[in-house]
Structures are given as C-alpha cells and as structure tokens.
Ligand binder design. Structure first.
Ligand code: NAP
Length: 306
C-alpha cells in the first residue's frame, strides 16, 4: 500500500520523530502540488489560512504541532468539515517553566548581567544596577487554562500567592479570581499572560492594564504577541510605568519591534516556550498519533474542540 501523503509546513523534533514521519508518510512540502493532499502538518505559529485551504480541495485533517490555533482559520476549517488536532498538556510544564525563568531573568537582571560580564564591564570595575525580588510578589495569571494552571501550581510551590482571570471563574480553583485583566494587574506585581491568542484576546494587555500593574510590576508574555499591545508596552518600559518585561512571543515573529529591543529591562526570547527536547518529543508523538488515527479511521487522540 502506498504511504499516505502529508503536506508538511513544519518539521518534527527530535530528528527521530521527523525520521518516523518520513518513513511512514509520503511527505511533500510544495503547496502548489497539494490538490490531492488530505493531511497537513503545521506549527502553531504557521497555522493554515483559508487561502491555503482553498488550494487543497481534498483536505481532511490539519495536525498542529502546538496548542495555539489562532493562525488556523477555524471558521473555514469548520465550514469544510476539516478536522484540527493540537498537542495539549504535554508542553504545559515547559511553557510554565519558561514563564518563571523570564520573570526571574527580568527581575534579577540575569540577561543584563550576562551581557555586563561579556562586555568586560565587571572587569572594568563597573557595578550592575540593582534588581528586585521576584518570588516575594503576588502573581496574576491572565488565561487560566492548561498552561496557566500548571504555572499556578509551580508558583504556589514557590510560596507565591496566585490570582487569575479567564473568560469565566473556575469551580474549585485554588486561586483567587479577578473579573478582568486590569483588576488582576492592580492586585499583583507579576503578571503572566497565558491566554489563547486570536481576535478575542488582541490587545487585552493595554495601557490601562500596564498602568494598573505599576512601577514595581513585571509582565511576562508566553502566550501570543498580539495579546499585549506592544506600543503601549514599549512606552511603559521606557517611562517606568512598569519595572520590566519578559517576552517569548511577538506580533510579527521573527521580527521584534526596535522599541522593545531598545527598551530597558526587557528580556527577549525567540518563542522558546515549548522548546525542550522532552516537550518537543511528546508533541511530535501526539502529532504522529493523531495522523495515524485519522488514516486508520480511529478517534483522534487530541482533537481541537474550540
Ligand atoms: P487553553 O487550555 O485553551 O487555555 C487558554 C486560556 O485562555 C483559558 O483559560 C481561556 O479562558 C483563556 N482565555 C481565552 N480568551 C480569553 C479572554 N478573552 N480573556 C481572558 N482569558 C481568555 O490553552 P493552553 O494550552 O493553556 O495554551 C494557552 C496559549 O499559550 C496557547 O493558545 C498558545 O497561544 C500559547 N502557547 C505558547 C507557547 C510558547 O512557546 N510560548 C507554547 C504553547 C502555547 P477560559 O478558561 O475561561 O476559557
């Protein structure tokens, strides 16, 4: 039997997973030769637009190697009955860990300190600026889903009080609820953004929220760039409206606004939230499981049910 065709707009990691994909499927990369393609593999960042779907009349499955579906045109996929799968849960610890790392790097000036040593400033007798305590603040989590709740668990383990907001208050949540982002920011010094991307959350962290976070506040975004208004954030960093920011995600990746590159006390990472070998291997395994289930007519292990 010939191997099913998969249009791969993303690759799997580690290499053994990519090898398995290549061994089990006829993997093609050219969307111009995809009129008979039934399965697309894509990343959370790349997604799949309606225009791309239009070039694949036989498309049945979009397997996303990630959990963000903001770059997939879900309305069009639903209209055409194209199924979508993601890789939930297996990356939550990795992203939560990254969020805590960014908070510490920002508050304790770790990235700045690294640059200071490498530039020879320490040897030259200079003193770095003082940081601020991170683990003594109160944390607010904007988006209390799988990643947000995992982050909350880790923060509570560090004896930090945690508050959250989401679209709805959760039953039996161990953390305090606030009605919206501004109320949350007002009551915390560490504001973590872990909400889903997309039109509904665009600009949720705006100038008002940053003002509410205040001059001692640190913002960490590991969700999607557009959830934070980047112009308002650059202004808040330049003028001391907030103390600092740790950012893993941006509006137009891989481009990062110069105002954020120039902003003082802003730690920038290139969308590394799930980028551990363990998380990526588990994500790849789920992608392969979903594709195999679709081909064999079994229930999909992790369909996106948004
Ligand atoms: P999830 O379980 O679906 O959680 C999403 C959360 O966002 C939910 O709590 C949801 O609220 C909340 N939310 C949605 N719209 C909102 C709104 N208008 N206001 C407030 N909260 C809102 O997803 P997850 O697995 O935790 O992942 C979250 C996001 O992280 C993904 O969508 C992705 O964009 C991002 N991510 C980033 C990386 C990285 O490398 N940096 C890696 C993986 C994922 P309700 O609970 O009330 O519905």
């Amino acid at each position: 039997m010939s191997r099913p065709k998969v249009l791969a707009l993303a690759s799997l990691k580690p290499a053994a997973m990519q090898d398995k994909l290549l061994a089990d499927y006829n993997v093609v990369h050219d969307i111009d030769a995809a009129d008979d393609v039934k399965i697309v593999l894509t990343s959370g960042a790349s997604g799949l637009s309606a225009a791309q779907m239009a070039r694949m009349p036989a498309l049945e499955l979009i397997a996303v190697n990630g959990v963000g579906v903001d770059a997939v045109d879900l309305v069009e996929a639903r209209r055409r009955g194209i199924r979508v799968t993601t890789t939930p849960d297996v990356l939550s610890s990795a992203v939560a860990e990254m969020a805590i790392g960014l908070a510490l790097a920002t508050g304790r000036r770790i990235a700045e300190g690294d640059r200071f040593v490498r530039a020879g400033s320490w040897a030259a007798g200079d003193k770095p600026a003082l940081g601020r305590p991170v683990l003594q603040g109160r944390a607010g989590i904007l988006g209390y889903g799988r990643i947000g709740r995992r982050l909350a668990d880790l923060l509570r383990g560090l004896e930090i009080d945690v508050l959250y907001t989401a679209r709805s208050e959760k039953q039996n949540a161990p953390d305090g609820f606030r009605a919206d982002a501004a109320a949350l920011a007002n009551d915390c010094t560490l504001l973590f953004v872990t909400a889903a991307g997309g039109a509904e959350t665009r600009g949720l962290v705006d100038a008002t929220v940053l003002q509410a976070l205040g001059a001692d506040g640190i913002l960490v975004n590991v969700a999607r760039g557009p959830v934070v208004d980047s112009d308002a954030l650059a202004y808040a960093l330049q003028t001391g409206i907030i103390a600092g920011a740790g950012l893993d995600v941006f509006d137009d990746e891989p481009s990062v606004p110069q105002a954020l590159i120039d902003a003082p006390n802003c730690v920038l990472t290139p969308h590394l939230g799930s980028a551990t070998d363990a998380a990526r291997a588990a994500m790849a395994a789920l992608v392969l499981d979903n594709i195999a289930a679709h081909v064999e007519g079994r229930p999909l292990p992790t369909p996106f049910e948004g």
